[in-house]
Design a protein around this ligand. Structure first.
Ligand code: ADP
Ligand code: MG
Length: 263
C-alpha cells in the first residue's frame, strides 16, 4: 500500500528578533523525512521545542516550509494553492492540545458537529450523520449531549466533540498534537482508546504527537524521535522502546520512567 503522506527533507527556519543584536535564525525542522500509511498510527516524539508542532502545522498548511517537499498519495503538493489546497485541507485534519480553546463556548455540542456538515453541503441525512459521529466518539446516547455546552462536559468529552467535528469531513489523515496532555490522567486512556478505535473502524492514518513516551506504546505502530528539529531515530515502536540506538532516545526513555528527571 502506498503512503498517504510523505515528507522529503522538510526544513523550517524561523527568524526571530533578539533585542538590539539583530535577527537570529532557528532551525525548527532539519531535513525531516516521515511517512504515514493508511490504517496506522505514527508517533512523533520529542521534548518541548523539538519541532513537533512545527511539523504538524506545515502538514496542514498553517506554516510554509523553508525547503523540502510534501507528497500526498505520491503527488507533490508542496506548492499547491487555490482549489487543490482546499481539497487537501479537507483530507488532513488536526486536533489540538487544548479542547476548551478549540470549541466555541456560545454554541452547543450539536452545533459544533453540524457545522462542518452544513458547510461541506453534506448530501445525506444530517441528523443521522450527527448521531453516527457522536456514537463513533462515544458521546452516547447522543441525545444527552447534543444540547449541552462545552463547559458542561469534561475535558475528555470536549476533546471527543472536537474529534467528531473533524471526522465529519471524512479526512484520510488525522493529526493529534498532544491531544491528552491537558487532560486529567484518568481521562487520557479514553481519548487514546478513541484514536485506536478511529484507526480500526475508519482505516485512516493518524499522526500522534507527544512529549510523553508513556503513551506512545499504547497507540502507535511506528515512531519518529525528534531532537532539535532532526529525526534521530525511527522504526517500530516496540523495537525502539526496547532497544533504542540513539543516545537522545535512550535519555527520553529513561526520563519517562523517572517523572522527576528533566532532559
Ligand atoms: P514542540 O511542538 O516540539 O514543542 P515547536 O515546533 O513548537 O516544538 O517549536 C520548535 C522550535 O521552533 C522552538 O525553538 C520554537 O521556539 C520555534 N518556533 C516555533 N514556532 C515559532 C514561530 N512562530 N516563530 C518563531 N519561532 C518558532
Ligand atoms: Mg508543540
Amino acid at each position: 500500500m502506498n503512503e498517504l503522506i510523505r515528507t522529503e527533507n522538510l526544513t523550517k527556519e524561523f527568524e526571530t528578533r533578539k533585542g538590539f543584536t539583530g535577527i537570529t535564525k532557528i532551525k525548527a525542522l532539519d531535513n525531516v523525512n516521515i511517512s504515514l500509511y493508511p490504517n496506522e498510527i505514527v508517533g512523533i516524539v520529542g521534548a518541548s521545542g523539538s519541532g513537533k508542532s512545527t511539523l504538524a502545522k506545515i502538514l496542514v498548511f498553517l506554516y510554509k516550509s523553508t525547503s523540502g517537499k510534501i507528497y500526498f498519495k505520491d503527488e507533490d503538493i508542496t506548492k499547491i494553492h487555490g482549489k487543490s489546497l482546499k481539497k487537501y485541507r479537507k483530507e488532513i485534519q488536526m486536533v489540538f492540545q487544548d479542547p476548551y480553546a478549540s470549541l466555541d463556548p456560545y454554541h452547543s455540542i450539536e452545533w459544533h458537529i453540524k457545522r462542518p456538515l452544513l458547510i461541506s453541503h453534506y448530501s445525506g441525512n444530517i441528523d443521522d450523520r450527527i448521531d453516527e459521529l457522536m456514537n463513533m466518539v462515544k458521546l452516547t446516547p447522543p441525545e444527552s449531549y447534543k444540547n449541552k455546552f462545552p463547559h458542561q462536559v469534561s475535558g475528555g468529552q470536549r476533546q471527543r466533540v472536537y474529534i467528531a467535528r473533524v471526522l465529519a469531513l471524512n479526512p484520510q489523515i488525522l493529526i493529534a498534537d498532544e491531544p491528552v496532555s491537558m487532560l486529567d490522567v484518568s481521562l487520557r486512556i479514553d481519548v487514546l482508546d478513541l484514536l485506536l478505535k478511529i484507526k480500526n473502524e475508519l482505516g485512516i492514518g493518524i499522526i500522534y504527537i507527544t512529549h510523553d513516551l508513556n503513551t506512545v506504546s499504547m497507540v502507535t505502530d511506528r515512531i519518529y524521535v525528534l531532537h532539535n528539529g532532526e529525526v534521530v531515530e525511527d522504526g517500530h515502536t516496540n523495537t525502539i522502546l526496547t532497544s533504542p540506538q540513539d543516545g537522545y532516545t535512550k535519555a527520553l526513555i529513561e526520563a519517562a520512567s523517572d517523572p522527576y528527571k528533566r532532559i
